[in-house]
Structures are given as C-alpha cells and as structure tokens.
Design a protein around this ligand. Structure first.
Ligand SMILES: [Zn+2]
Length: 244
C-alpha cells in the first residue's frame, strides 16, 4: 500500500515511514512539530533519509522522544543514530526491555547472531554485523508498565504488556480513537511475532494475542512490519488469536 522510505499521514497526528527492504521496521511519528515521538526507530540504515522526510512533513526534524515497542535489532538500531543527533531524546520502553536496552545486551537485541552453532554461525554472524551499528548501552528515561498512559498530543496511549515475542514487548492503545500500535506482537491477516528467539515464549504470545483480540475498540491497527490496517483492525486480531 505504502512505498518504502516515504512518509504518509495516517491520521492528523500519526504518520508512517514504512520499513525498508532489509531487516527493518515500520516507524510511526506521532504528535506535531516541537512535540514529536517516534514509535520504534528502524534499523538505522536510513537515518538521514528519515530525518529529511520528517523535516519535509513537519518543518523540523527535531525528535523529542522515541518509544521502543521492544528491543530487537530491526526496531532499535536507529535509536543509537537518532540519539547521536539529538542526545536529549527521551527513551520510552517497558521496564523489562529497559534492562536489555540499558545493558546494550547483544544476545537479546541481535538474537540471530547467537541462534546457530557450527558452520552456519560463520554465515549468520557477518550478516548480523552488516549494519555496522552495534547496540550501545542506552538509558531508558521512562520505564513503562501495564496500564500506564502516555499522553502525547491528542493521543492517549495505554500500555498493554504483550510478552511472547520478547518478554517486555508492548502494544499501545488509544481506546477513544480506536488505534492500536502492535510492534511485533501481531501483524495483519492472522500473522504474529515469532517466538523462537531468546526471551520468546509461545505460551505467553498465545495469551497476549487473546488479550488483544478481547479489546473492544480497535479500528486502526499499526504493526511493526507489513502494512497498517485502517479499518476493522479488530478482525485481524481475532484471526491471529484463533490460529492457536
Ligand atoms: Zn522483533
């Protein structure tokens, strides 16, 4: 639906910068100029391009905050780049993910580097290093937990802890506007996050998917990968939950 590395307004104060081609994630920009938050920060390979897109759209590329739905490499490498340019950016993440982010723990952030042993390891490791950006211990300023509310511009985002893909993965729900950001917990048409990385749990993901499917007010579904859904998002959550 959307072209890669372009910016599109989804609502009056949510924009998407769709994922690039390789191990990348969707970025969402929320708020207005002077009060911009990114939801996830991508793989860091197109930071300058992303900043110029934001500048074109908002008249400034200054970002005030970055919220990480979880700590994986394809969602977080951009954080280190953006923080270099704007050191005062406030970082938000669930308190469990914060431990990994603050330690810069590569075992969790880049699980592919450790998934294989034997001959495959020599192939996978260089692929994992292709980005040339290493996780750096980074302070998480706001440590989130279940039911916290983040008020940002006209959005009021409730934190929903959805472990399974990672232990402290979160979704963000604006009940009134019927918007749900889902990170890598659930995507569209019944697809959901993988559970085979370190820290993953099929049992917990199943529970998280059920929790999301039970939400009443979800029209717009904004996942970490694939296209967003602009209508009847709840249906996609129900399909994913019914797959188990
Ligand atoms: Zn992930």
């Amino acid at each position: 639906m959307f072209q890669r590395k372009t910016i599109h307004m989804i609502t009056e104060d949510i924009a998407i910068i769709p994922e690039g081609s390789m191990l990348d994630s969707n970025l969402y920009v929320i708020g207005t100029a002077g009060n911009l938050m990114l939801i996830d920060s991508g793989n860091g390979m197109a930071t300058n391009r992303i900043l110029s897109l934001i500048k074109n759209q908002y008249g400034t590329d200054e970002i005030q905050a970055i919220l990480q739905t979880h700590y994986h490499i394809d969602h977080i490498l951009g954080l280190y780049q953006f923080k270099k340019k704007f050191p005062d950016i406030k970082v938000y993440a669930h308190e469990i993910e914060a431990k990994v982010i603050e330690a810069g723990d590569n075992r969790y952030i880049n699980p592919m580097a450790n998934m294989f042993t034997g001959p495959l390891q020599s192939v996978i490791e260089p692929i994992a290093k292709v980005f040339g950006i290493n996780p750096e211990p980074t302070k998480v300023d706001i440590k989130l937990k279940e039911d916290d509310i983040i008020k940002w511009g006209s959005l009021s985002l409730k934190v929903i802890h959805t472990p399974g893909h990672t232990p402290g993965g979160i979704c963000l729900h604006d009940k009134q506007k019927k918007i749900l950001f889902t990170g890598d917990t659930v995507f569209t048409h019944g697809s959901f996050g993988r559970v085979d990385f370190i820290g993953g749990s099929a049992e917990l993901l199943q529970k998280s998917l059920k929790k999301l499917a039970d939400l009443e007010d979800v029209e717009i579904l904004l996942p970490g990968h694939m296209n967003p859904v602009l209508k009847n998002g709840k249906k996609h959550l129900e399909i994913a939950s019914s797959m188990w």
